[in-house]
Design a binder for this molecule. Structure first.
Ligand code: S3P
Length: 436
């Protein structure tokens, strides 16, 4: 797509299903008894990786596009995979499935793409090993031809499950992937399992597992699960992904003469930091038709062009917008004044080092940005020009910089536009639909 800057954006759209909720619907359906039907499922590459892993674990899953049928076999119905489980680019698949595999009496080996092979897994190995599972990493250069032991703490790795013991885990990071891995292992453990986080991360696991019949409770930043529940198949409707809506929120705000209605977006308070930040920056955003769907709060989001000003984004709000920081940085570049982002060191270990990726690309476009160890400082209001954008094959970098490019002089070149298929396959056509 040639990205030019002559448009304003008008109209309505529905963004694809929430990635976090889509992953969990497959996983929890697989370990429940009976039929789970999922509508609004995200047909992105990451969620397809989750489907394929559970198929290799003996679960029958019928993917009919917008509707997915999972024929669950109960907590103890998975069977040993005969092949490596390919998690693709998906950190959520890798970490959550490891919690489930920790409770199985067989071995599984997981591997993924070059990005996954760099992402830290010790954060799940530590608590899951304490519960009784065993992990071994393999040298990625020689894998799978030979299994040479490595202490990389990254994929590829083998998990050998076993009889688990419940623990209390004080997580050093606010990570829903770590929390969920431990809670899922807790379903298989002897005794209660609990996780306390430094700051509350997204709580889709807690909400959805409750719907499936688990005894799981939250007390502030602690979640507690009781073992061996009878999980029953459910009907799940996945709301639109606020992380995908974020690009259209930013596009509507920073593009003059624009008005966009984004329908059916999940606004769970553990995910809605983008809305809080946009409002604090002076955004004209209205939430319409608020409702609850499959236990999750949902609304339609009306966005109008706005004059934004810089703010400081730090502390407890960070986990609620961690995936939106690339596009928040773009909004900051169009805002008057300084935006400071702190406490976001986790960005260094996402699909790419997002602090480095944002800094390189915004600088290339003429923006004023200084990277810090755990965030960045952006002086907004500089005129941006298009540039060769280095996506690092990171979907969120590609989409955030498309928003910037649509409001900058000249023609933007993304070095890899296909990476958007990870979370938003129809991203470019959805943008085009708003220019008509
Ligand atoms: C996710 C949790 C977050 C987020 C990721 C999806 C999830 O990661 O960045 O895109 O579905 O649990 P962390 O748990 O590592 O913060």
């Amino acid at each position: 797509m040639q990205i030019t800057n002559n448009y304003s954006f008008h109209g309505e759209l529905t963004v694809p299903g929430d990635k976090s909720i889509s992953h969990r619907s497959i996983m929890f359906g697989a370990i429940s008894k009976g039929h789970t039907e999922v509508t609004g499922f995200l047909q992105g590459a990451d969620c397809l990786s989750t489907i394929s892993c559970f198929q290799k674990l003996g679960i029958s899953i019928e993917n009919l596009g917008d509707c997915v049928h999972i024929y669950g076999k109960g907590l103890h119905g998975l069977t040993a995979p005969s092949q490596v489980l390919d998690v693709g680019n998906s950190g959520t698949t890798t970490r959550l499935i490891s919690g489930i595999l920790a409770g199985q009496c067989f071995e599984s080996t997981l591997d993924g793409d070059n990005s996954i092979r760099r992402r830290p897994m010790k954060r799940i190995f530590t608590p899951l090993s304490e519960m009784g599972a065993n992990f071994q990493c393999w040298d990625k250069e020689s894998f799978p031809a030979s299994l040479t032991v490595s202490d990389s703490g990254c994929a590829p790795f083998t998990v050998r499950g076993g009889q688990l013991q419940g623990i209390h885990y004080q997580s050093p990071v606010a990570s829903a992937q770590v929390k969920s891995a431990v809670l899922l292992a807790g379903l298989y453990a002897k005794g209660e399992t609990s996780v306390t986080e430094p700051v509350l991360s997204r709580n889709h696991t807690e909400l959805m597992l409750t719907g499936f019949g688990a005894d799981i409770r939250s007390y502030g930043t602690t979640a507690v699960v009781k073992p061996q529940p009878t999980l029953e198949g459910q009907k799940i409707h996945v709301p639109g992904d606020i992380s995908s809506a974020a690009y259209f929120i930013a596009l509507g705000l920073v593009t003059p003469r624009s008005e966009i209605l984004i329908q059916n977006v999940g606004i769970n308070p553990t995910r809605d930091g983008i809305l809080q930040v946009a409002l604090a920056m002076g955004a004209d955003i209205t939430l319409l038709n608020k409702r609850i769907v499959s236990g999750e709060p949902v609304a339609d989001i009306l966005v109008k062009s706005s004059t934004l000003h810089g703010i400081t984004v730090e502390g407890e709000i960070i986990p609620t917008l961690i995936d939106e920081i690339p596009v928040i940085a773009v909004m900051a570049a169009f805002a008057e004044g300084t935006t400071i982002i702190r406490d976001a060191k986790e960005l260094r270990v996402k699909e790419s080092d997002r602090i480095a990726a944002i800094t390189e690309n915004l600088s290339a476009m003429g923006g004023s940005i200084t990277a810090t160890e755990d965030g960045m400082v952006i002086e907004g209001g500089r005129p941006l020009h298009n540039a060769n954008i280095h996506t690092f094959q990171d979907h969120r970098i590609a989409m955030a910089f498309t928003v910037a490019g649509l409001n900058a002089a000249g023609e933007m070149i993304l070095d890899d536009r296909d990476c958007v298929t990870i979370s938003y396959p129809s991203f470019f056509t959805d943008i085009e639909s708003l220019t008509k």
